[in-house]
Design a protein around this ligand. Sequence first.
Ligand code: GCB
Length: 830
Amino acid sequence: MDDEPGYYRGIGWYSRRIHIPAFKRDKHLALYFEGANQLATVYVNGRKAVTHTGGYNGFYVAIDNLVKEDGLADILVSVDNSFNEAIAPLTADFTFFGGLYRNVSLVSTESVHFEMPADGGSSVYITTPIVSAAAATIKIKSSIVTPEQTGKSKKRNLLLVSEIRDASGVLVSSDSRKLQLPAGIRHEATQEFKPLPDPHLWSTSDPYLYTVSTRIVDAGTKSVLDEITNPLGFRWYRFSADSGFFLNDKPVKLVGASRHQDRPGLGNAVPSDLAREDVGLLKKMGGNFLRVAHYPQDQAILDECDRLGIIASVEIPLVNEITESEAFYNNSEQMLREMIAQNHNHPSVVMWTLMNEIMLKPHFTNDKERQKVYYANIVRLATRLDSLTRQLDPARYTMIANHGDFDRYNNTGLTKVAMIVGWNLYSGWYGGELKDFASFLDKHHQRLPDKPLIVSEYGADADPRIRSFTPVKFDKSMEYALGFHQYYLNEMLKRPFCIAAIIWNLADFNSETREETMPHINNKGMLRWDRLPKDLYHYYQAKLLDKPFVKIISAGWNMRTGITDSGKLVSTQPLQVASNAASVELRLNGQSLGKKQTTDGLAGFDVPFTNGTNQLQALITAEGREIPDFAAINFQLQPWSLRDTAVPFTSVNILLGAKRMYIDEILQQVWVPEQSYRPGSWGSVGGKPFNQSGNGRLPYGSDKNISGTWDDPVYQTQNVGLQEFRLDLPDGSYELTLHFAELAGVAGASLVYNLSEFAKAVTHAERVFDVSINGRLLLADFNMTANTGVAKAIAKKVVLEVRDGKGITIGLTAKKGEPVLNALQVRKLY
Ligand code: GCB
């Protein structure tokens, strides 16, 4: 999260001495690593045990022969997250945190046990070949390992028992068979159950789970040698290219989100409880689908999807590009095998995703023939992965998620490979207009009428600290993002052939290379990084929840400021309430502001805010009762005329060259956009907003990380060519702070996700200017680039006396180039 680009990518070492107690020493012993990013080598007592490739799947390390006689095991692990051209992901919009970031366990079993396979999966594999409302069949495959022949062990007489119990623990079916196994073998057993009549089906609204417990029992002593319990859900489903997703023959529109695994202060080392919390938050939003993206995650995620009735897709981290090497292909196949083996038994999973935006970084742009070969290699790899998936798990669908370049994926043949085509669409954000989204959906349906379509991603940055009454594309305001989501969601709901609406992303996440208003964070979440809900989350609740719902969505925007309406002691500003009721009443400090009909889950009010705390209450009537929601909004009235004694001036924070507001949550300050000078009030004279030339996305300002501040939005906009800034303040003592940062000559964030035009570096003439206050020189020959550098925050604070009704006039005089000012703050002292 610091200003220095990049993060540690290299080797980390872990060491731990464990002592295995005597009673466990004749057992089978293994270590299980749930996740180590990305190349891990495990040594036990100085001997290399295993090297595992890939950062997001689990793996076993058998240590029976490595533990010392006295039970001592010195475990040493090296984990390397350096770039490795043979291991996916090569590049992506998330941080590849290294290390052992999930649990590591010591697993001990009897010497006869279920296999701990090389793919890290469960050796009990459950399928439900035929399911209907009338009956369900169940098939269990398991693999059992017997120890090498020792003095005493000859053949082992065993029982393999599988029991199916319903949710209340009642046994509903079982199968038991005798096995006589010689020493030192791996035995595969298949148990097929006779059809279970009238199964209680698993669905999104009623995620009913049975359990299957499978055990190896010593036939003589009847003691249980090993036991594995799995969830079991009975459901059947299909994806139709015309009419969407059907679960148990009922149509279900899939609406949900993707999830990254990181949290503030933890990186990827997130306890399972927090992983579970994320799925719970998706459910509470009204979502019924989780794209576990862009890599397999903590098992707790899918456990929770099973439990809460969230349909899921899981994927391997093949993102943006490939390396054309057999080593890369093999590693990718290995990740796929592991993913399926480790996540297979979850009823919530309906599809495996093979790749994400794999043609985003096209390679060989100057050699079209070679580029064709590259694309052909991608399609070849996709075909390998797709056939392997269908062979390993014929019951599930396969999906590939593409970025919005239809022809690139279609002409190369990639759209034909997987069973479902996913499109990650950002029209009206990175490029194009909102309406291009709807045309894209229709184009797919027309050109690929037999291919089921899902919108595997859509979203817009929503920085909860940025607000605007005049939202525009890419201003990062909550208001623009809300309009974006409204448009997208409704277009998808209208089209039955659009199977799924998968929001990018459930929560904000860390991406080191991102700059933006919140550097290193991708702000497209419905939840903030710390999981506090944004307005967007409540909009989805209003649209998706069945139970009565009302929420003042700008409650999170609880610090506001505004200029008084002319001649009044209030400042009227818009506020929205999200609800699934037909109408909402809003009360301000106990007084009704009337009722408003909701449109698309929202009711808009103009609220006359007064100075101080404004108590708001929104009310709906549902199920015969009133349901309220409350918010307290702290409002600072700014006088219309600065000398107005009815609303005495205290302080103001102004962003120049901006049409947005910014809330500094640390200093509890609200910044308002610039206005042109109005006599009696304040404002700028001359100049125009800084605009990063050659950049089609940003309407004003820069998206560059400004170093030396947490208040990047204060410095990211600017007035260029400003002559004066005037404040007609009453006499008194004031503290004035001027904020500068050189924005020109700064290359914009070079993310590959900026799909329209890349931000280009702007070359600028040298900029030298004087700054005076009320005619007295404050800064002479001020040269930001020479003194401090570009994109560096500079603040100049001065205390001054205002006398003789002259107010404050800040004058800027060019010596070379045009003078600039990014922001200013004035505070009355006495
Ligand atoms: C995408 C990528 C995802 C990015 C997202 C974005 O298309 O699949 O990894 O994070 O766009 O926010 O740009």
